[in-house]
Design a protein around this ligand. Structure first.
Ligand code: F6P
Length: 558
């Protein structure tokens, strides 16, 4: 176990923040009215991201104390320890080096006497060459057909990153190529995803860091059977193991840190791309786990994606905390969670292409910071990980924004928008992207400044209805804008949230890079499976609730 983290409550900054929070009455109207520079002083550029923090519930004193808190808990030292490859993932005794995945080829990063940047670029070169062959048609299926559909089979970090980025970068996908994603062990997922596909032109990428995940291996076997059955039924391949192996070699590649298990599954090691235990699953979209994305958008665009991550890493590494956007956003989250009792945090992209971004962030933030124990094994001393959630605007406006505007809970929200539309459509004379942006600006304004009872009355509202029509305001938001949603900007956004998550984890003293909390359910699923299948002894060993649910299943399964 690592050295004890600093208890944030023991710091002078925590004491200051506690006093500042006592009886805190934010007043964004007054703060803006009295301070003409507030917007510019609280706005920072990080790489291509333009981040306006001014509608957050802080003044200079609070922000100063939050920065001081970051310093007192050793945020900068721990950041540097992560970047140089110290084993800051203490419960797994591993380095945490996703930042090495996006270092340029000429960078050096010696970890335990070995240059990991060379390893990264060796694998990237293999992934790029494979992707180029698929894209050009040089790589064909077993019948000689070019590949038109790539199906990524993976779950968690081996799915959410690739699918989110594929959706976000849809305008960059090569014509005639499509990616699909199978993650869930619910057989519906494989059945519906494979429906209508032509096996001769379908390539599977089995993505699994451990290559031991039940869902992924089951789905990979289902897909292999689907492929071979269909090719045989069409007379495209002979019966027998040799023909099957030849077909699998042309239609299956794998991405994993466990290349021995890839070989045992029957995928040719020549068609496998590796990565390393110092890349966490939820931090792996920029490793070979992004292979399906590389095929879709091409190596050049993927290079831009990686360069975007790196630009944000450099900002996080070098900017003083006072202007360090990920650090500031992480520290603001600490203010909301630990001092103003926020339970959740909304992420609201005004970009339909980012529709899977909140889901992606759920794994990143909640698998990282949903912990009750610190990195030295002692209990946490404060609340930790808030619930992240969200949907694209404007859809969310017509669903849950009511609660953000007028509910009783404090919900800090990040709004994300781009100047350039991905699809510049017009409705008569109206640029529809401007309607989208009008909503983006209007919502953050309404949340910040609200509408007073007097303003409601001035609209001629009947007195009885005034209370229901008042907007309290002082609902905190951060506005993140960028010129357009390019691969580089997407990389910057992902790295921004990685470092926000890291910052919060350091303040709380937790290991943001393990995920022991997912293990118990996995173990119990294996234990309970025989009971579902009819094993009475295993059934008798279950608790009464589980027994009765399993009996219900057995009675109702046709
Ligand atoms: O069960 C959680 C988890 O381990 C995630 O952390 C990970 O991203 C996912 O499962 C998939 O794991 P793998 O890539 O090893 O299949």
């Amino acid at each position: 176990m690592g050295a004890a983290p600093v208890d944030p409550r023991s710091t002078a900054a925590w004491t200051t923040l506690t006093k500042l929070a006592d009886g805190f009455t934010p007043d964004l109207r007054r703060w803006f009215a009295e301070d003409a520079d507030r917007a510019s002083r609280f706005t920072h550029d990080a790489a291509e991201l333009h981040v306006d923090l001014s509608k957050n519930l802080v003044d200079d004193t609070i922000l100063g104390a939050l920065v001081e808190l970051g310093r007192e808990v050793g945020l900068e030292a721990r950041r540097d320890a992560m970047l140089r490859g110290d084993h800051i993932n203490v419960t797994e005794d591993r380095a945490v080096l996703h930042t090495a995945l996006r270092q340029p080829a000429d960078a050096d990063l010696e970890v335990e006497g070995h240059d990991v940047v060379d390893d990264v670029h060796d694998v990237l070169a293999r992934v790029y060459s494979f992707a180029a062959d698929v894209r050009s048609g040089a790589w064909t299926g077993v019948t000689g057909e070019r590949i038109r559909t790539v199906v990524n089979i993976g779950i968690g970090g081996s799915d959410l990153g690739p699918v989110m980025a594929y959706e976000a970068l849809a305008p960059y996908v090569q014509d005639g190529l499509e990616c699909r994603f199978i993650s869930n062990i619910d057989p519906t997922d494989a059945a519906r995803t494979l429906a209508g596909l032509d096996p001769a032109s379908t390539l599977f990428v089995v993505s699994s860091k451990t290559f031991g995940t039940l869902e992924t291996l089951t789905n990979a076997r289902l897909c292999r059977a689907w492929l071979l059955d269909a090719l045989r039924a069409a007379g495209a391949i002979e019966a027998g193991d040799e023909a099957a192996a030849a077909a699998v070699a042309k239609h299956f590649v794998a991405v994993s840190t466990a290349l021995d298990k890839v070989a045992a599954f029957g995928i040719d090691p020549a068609n496998a791309f590796g990565f390393w235990d110092w890349v966490g699953g939820r931090y792996s979209v920029d490793s070979a786990i992004g292979t399906s994305l590389v095929v879709a958008i091409g190596p050049e665009r993927f290079e831009e994606f990686l360069a975007g991550f790196h630009a944000m890493d450099e900002h996080f590494r070098t900017a003083p905390l006072e202007q360090n956007v990920p650090a500031l956003m992480g520290l603001l989250n600490i203010w909301y969670v630990n001092f103003l009792d926020a339970q959740t945090h909304a992420v609201l992209p005004y970009a339909q292409l980012l529709h899977r971004f909140p889901a992606y962030l759920q794994q990143l933030t909640m698998e990282s910071n949903g912990k009750g124990v610190r990195w030295d094994g002692t209990p946490v001393t404060t609340d930790t990980g808030e619930v992240f959630w969200g949907e694209p605007g404007t859809n969310g406006q017509h669903a849950f924004y009511q609660l953000i505007h007028q509910g009783t809970r404090l919900i800090p929200a990040d709004f994300i928008a781009f100047a350039e539309p991905a699809y510049p459509l017009v409705d008569g004379d109206t640029d529809v992207h401007e309607l989208l942006l009008a909503n983006f600006f209007a919502q953050t304004k309404a949340l910040a400044f609200g509408k007073t009872a007097d303003e409601v009355r001035a609209e001629g509202t009947a007195e009885a209805l005034v209370p229901a029509r008042v907007f309290p305001g002082n609902r905190p938001t951060t506005s993140i804008m960028a010129p357009s949603l390019t691969p580089a900007v997407l990389g910057q956004l992902i790295a921004l949230y990685e470092h926000i998550t890291f910052t919060q984890g350091v303040v709380w003293g937790i290991d943001s890079f393990d995920q022991w909390g997912v293990e118990l359910g996995k173990q119990l699923a294996l234990q309970v499976a025989p009971a579902i299948h009819g094993d009475e002894t295993v059934l008798a060993g279950q608790d009464p609730s589980t027994q009765s649910l399993i009996r219900y299943y057995r009675e109702h399964r046709a």
